[in-house]
Ligand binder design. Structure first.
Ligand code: EPZ
Length: 420
């Protein structure tokens, strides 16, 4: 099983190109099911979750061609409407095929995703919305079966904003009869990117990026080509890495406004952040000012950057409170950071981080995608050697992270650890 070996203490300098956003690429791949033909997606990240979604599309009958960072999906032979458990279990975002399959076939069979390490993550809001669009839903041996002769536009209010729920329902509604209004919709940039792709395919969507999205159903959608937006979470991860290591890094192909909440927290911590239209340059040096964060839906502080910012606050000269309001169990990185010498105590949905002078290398184990990133960041500053195990979690969502960090000056190597 692969692991990362890191010798800490090297400041990062240089520039890093931000890859396409995993969380925009996944719904874009699912959206290809809404049409018959060849859709080409560019600026796609080379990460394992994309491989998983491509496998799922192929299992449904699609043909996939990958060329460096672009993926073409030919959906003319798609003739299945079930997403099997063994694929959904591996990647919850597989539920994103539910809406497109329902719109394409009038039926969909999608295994109920099990929980994951950051929470039980139900899809009740997705299902409730599909029912409002006219689908009949039943649970058959752990699979949700949805059937609908014709989806009809309706008014849907989400009890709480859900990113993939908003995306799933948008994709179901674009070919429904009449108008659909989504209230309390998620506002993430990935929603806007999906709406732009769907509009290029012929959909009629207004309001994406706000909490009210209006969709006028159309008869057919046509294939298109679409460039995926940059990954704001990858960008935020490298911004924190630059500050923690006492270096200076420019993030290219990245729009600052996509991570403005993080940038303001970096400035509050004492970092220097400069921006152009398409790049961000971050520098900093521990010890940092202690800064509290409270995760929230976009444009609030992203839950996907909580673990990374917590790693940075381990090197503050005071006490900071990290409140995780989106997922009920997203502190799995805390005991691992404490193994490196951090001083963090969990109290309900809050982690109290007391700054320490330094961290010391140790063996730590990744538990989920963003927790893995926080352990790598901590390893970059910990004295001596840190070994991060189970980095298959990291490879799900970061494109060549070890290579990109090494190019910035980190002493980091991917090795084949001892077999489990
Ligand atoms: C998306 O997950 C992202 N994944 C997650 O990124 C991200 O952490 C999350 O949004 C929040 O920003 C993708 O886009 C593929 P939600 P999603 O539905 O859509 C609850 C990463 O690291 N909820 O917005 O699954 C849910 O349990 C991943 O890249 C329900 O209760 O998140 C959570 O507490 C991790 N019922 C909250 O809402 C539902 O039907 C927000 O979840 C749906 C969600």
């Amino acid at each position: 099983m692969q692991e990362l070996k890191i010798i800490g203490g090297k400041p990062l300098y240089g520039s890093v190109r931000i890859s396409g956003a995993k969380n925009a690429a996944l719904p874009a791949l699912a959206a290809t099911l809404l049409t018959d033909g060849v859709t080409t997606l560019s600026n796609m990240p080379d990460v394992r979750d994309i491989d998983s979604m491509c496998k799922l599309l192929q299992a449904l009958g699609a043909r996939i061609k990958r060329q460096e960072y672009s993926i073409s999906v030919d959906t003319r032979m798609v003739n299945k409407w079930n997403a099997p458990h063994e694929l959904v279990r591996k990647m919850r975002a597989s539920v994103l095929v539910m809406g497109p399959l329902l719109a394409r076939f009038g039926k969909a069979e999608v295994s109920l995703p099990g929980g994951c390490t950051i929470g039980n993550r139900p899809i009740d809001l997705h299902i409730a919305a599909m029912k409002k669009l006219g689908a009949e839903v039943s649970l058959v041996k752990g699979d949700t079966h949805l059937v609908s002769k014709r989806l009809s536009g309706t008014h849907i209010y989400f009890d709480r904003p859900t990113v993939t729920g908003t995306e799933n329902v948008m994709m179901a509604a674009v070919k429904a009869d009449g108008k659909t209004v989504l209230e309390n919709a998620a506002r993430e940039p990935e929603i806007v990117d999906l709406a732009e792709m769907l509009s290029k395919m012929g959909a009629q969507i207004t309001g994406a990026g706000s909490d009210k999205i209006v969709i006028e159903g159309v008869q057919t959608l046509v294939p298109t080509s679409h460039k995926i937006i940059p990954d704001r979470i990858e960008a935020g991860t490298y911004a924190v890495a630059a500050a923690m290591t006492g270096g200076e890094v420019s993030l290219t192909d990245m729009k600052p406004e996509m991570i403005s909440s993080l940038l303001s927290k970096l400035r509050a911590a004492g970092c220097t952040v400069s921006e152009t239209d398409n790049s961000i340059t971050v520098s900093g040096k521990p010890p940092f000012m202690p800064v509290d964060i409270s995760t929230a839906e976009y444009p609030g502080f992203p839950t996907d950057l909580q673990a990374q910012f917590m790693a940075m606050m381990c090197l503050s000269n005071g006490e900071s409170v990290v409140a995780e309001n989106i997922f009920e169990d997203r502190f799995k990185h805390v005991p691992e950071l404490n193994r490196l010498g951090a001083d963090i105590v969990i109290k309900d949905r809050n982690a109290i981080v007391r700054g320490v002078n330094s961290l010391t290398g140790a063996i730590v184990t990744a538990s989920d995608l963003r927790a893995s990133a926080s352990l790598v960041l901590a390893g970059l500053v910990a004295e001596d050697e840190t070994r991060v195990l189970r980095i298959y979690h990291l490879d799900r969502g970061y494109d060549s992270m070890d290579k990109k960090l090494a190019e910035l000056g980190a002493d980091i190597k991917r090795t084949e650890g001892p077999n489990p």
